[in-house]
Design a protein around this ligand. Structure first.
Ligand SMILES: CC(C)(COP(=O)(O)OP(=O)(O)OC[C@H]1O[C@@H](n2cnc3c(N)ncnc32)[C@H](O)[C@@H]1OP(=O)(O)O)[C@@H](O)C(=O)NCCC(=O)NCCSC(=O)CC(=O)O
Length: 404
């Protein structure tokens, strides 16, 4: 070992700028693999009201059932996958009534189901990526469904056999922008740590917020939420400077931003209570989002001095609800069809909160791969959630999707 004074002399020849430069990646964060998973039970939206009123023993509320049927018909959803089924409700009849204490049981179930569902998606993403799970350097896990610590990130790392030095972060209560927030953080980690490979996992089980309608209730948030939300997990591997012939770059992440919509604090709220998680979703939410969408995009594109024509981009928008997509499309003057990937995910899976944008990204990847990435090169991935928070990631189709 060199004497101490020699070490000090050597240290003075290296600046912190040198160290910083050596630590940073050369290229932009890039999506290297994407996969998704759902629980086994698939439920058709046509029969959802029958199922919901039956298992929550609420058949004596026919007007509310008819209202749920009307909402389901207009939802743009055909199927959803749910952890909740007859068996779960038979074992836990207390889940039907949010006045009864049931949070403990819900949290216990979620602490296993959430990381297991995440592992199903993440193991497929790792297989597609083509490198060993032990090459993952960072894990970012987003969920509103797991309330225990050590949390789903710890369990997922064990299930996948990640190395014990993997750097784990858990994100909670971001609601529907959780997946996008996790991707934004993955971009920062990948670009600031040369060689980093970040696994983003997002897993949502709506069991935490499943309960029956309340007799005489005038606010219909419960019905709207039960008509929209489904369960699913998404996993993405993000890294910069892809290794030639091993890693396949799908989308480059050029820029990311977050905007808080003014005067919107109460528009989406969630709170864990003894009888499960309660939602409030403001009636005017689709109008509020559509009214602010250009400002959110201007914040994102203005920060990098790019004047984009909205029609020239591809879109990966969180399908919070059919009307949200309709109004955003209209506000931006987009062609009917610009949101096709978001609408398809909404139709096949419903709103899976933070996981949904990962499904949309995967659907876009399928579409690009099918047509050799013809069309728009640049696109915007957007998600919204409590705050109201709007997140935007500017994406560019990467070489791995071209010429397929
Ligand atoms: C719910 C809809 C599918 C209904 O479709 P339409 O609006 O076209 O149809 P419609 O106007 O006839 O409405 C059907 C019935 O639903 C009722 N209704 C509509 N929106 C409602 C709301 N927000 N709260 C309570 N009730 C509502 C109407 O009064 C009507 O009742 P009646 O028939 O009795 O007159 C749509 O409005 C929609 O997609 N809304 C957006 C849902 C949303 O906010 N999603 C965000 C989730 S939160 C999220 O994604 C982020 C997060 O969680 O973090």
């Amino acid at each position: 070992m060199a004497p101490a004074h020699h070490q000090a002399a050597a240290a003075t020849t290296v600046t912190t700028q040198d160290i910083r430069r050596a630590q940073r990646a050369d290229g932009p964060a890039t999506v290297l693999a994407i996969a998704t998973a759902n629980p086994e039970t698939r439920r058709s939206q046509d029969e959802y009201a029958d199922f919901y009123f039956r298992v929550t023993k609420s058949e004596h509320l026919p007007q509310l059932k008819e209202k749920l049927e009307r909402i389901c018909k207009k939802s743009g959803i055909e199927n959803r996958y749910t952890y909740v089924n007859d068996e779960v409700m038979k074992a836990h009849p207390e889940f039907s009534d949010r006045k009864l204490p049931s949070l403990d049981a819900r949290v216990e179930i979620a602490s296993n189901a959430v990381p297991e569902l995440a592992a199903a998606a993440a193991s497929m993403a790792i297989a597609e990526w083509g490198r060993p799970a032990t090459d993952i350097t960072h894990l970012i896990f987003s969920t509103y469904s797991d309330l225990k610590a050590p949390s789903s990130d710890r369990r997922l790392a064990s299930l996948l056999g990640l190395r014990h030095t993997v750097c784990r972060t858990i994100l909670s209560l971001h609601g529907c922008y959780g997946g996008c927030r996790a991707l934004q953080l993955a971009k920062e980690l990948a670009e600031n740590n040369r060689g980093a490979r970040v696994l983003v996992a997002c897993s949502e089980i709506s069991l935490i917020a499943f309960y029956g309608p309340e007799e005489g209730c005038t606010d219909t948030d419960t019905l709207v939420a039960h008509a929209l939300f489904g369960d699913g997990s998404g996993a993405v591997i993000v890294g910069a400077d892809p290794v030639d012939a091993v890693e396949r770059p799908l989308f480059e992440m050029a820029f990311a931003s977050q905007t808080t919509v003014p005067d919107s604090e109460g528009a989406i709220t969630v709170q864990h209570k003894k009888g499960g998680m309660e939602y409030h979703i403001a009636r005017g939410l689709p109008e509020m989002l559509a009214g602010n969408i250009k400002r959110c995009l201007a914040d994102a594109f203005g920060a990098i001095g790019v004047a984009a024509r909205w029609k020239d981009l591809f879109w990966a928008v969180h399908p919070g609800g059919r009307r949200i997509l309709d109004l955003i499309e209209e506000a931006l003057g987009l062609d009917n069809g610009a949101m096709a990937a978001s609408r398809q995910v909404l139709r096949e899976y419903g709103n899976m909160s933070g996981s949904t944008v990962i499904f949309v990204l995967n659907e876009l990847r399928r579409r690009f791969a099918a047509d050799g990435a013809e069309g728009a090169d640049w696109g915007a991935l957007m998600a919204f959630g409590p705050g109201i928070t709007a997140e935007t990631i500017l994406l560019r189709v990467a070489s791995g999707l071209k010429g397929n």
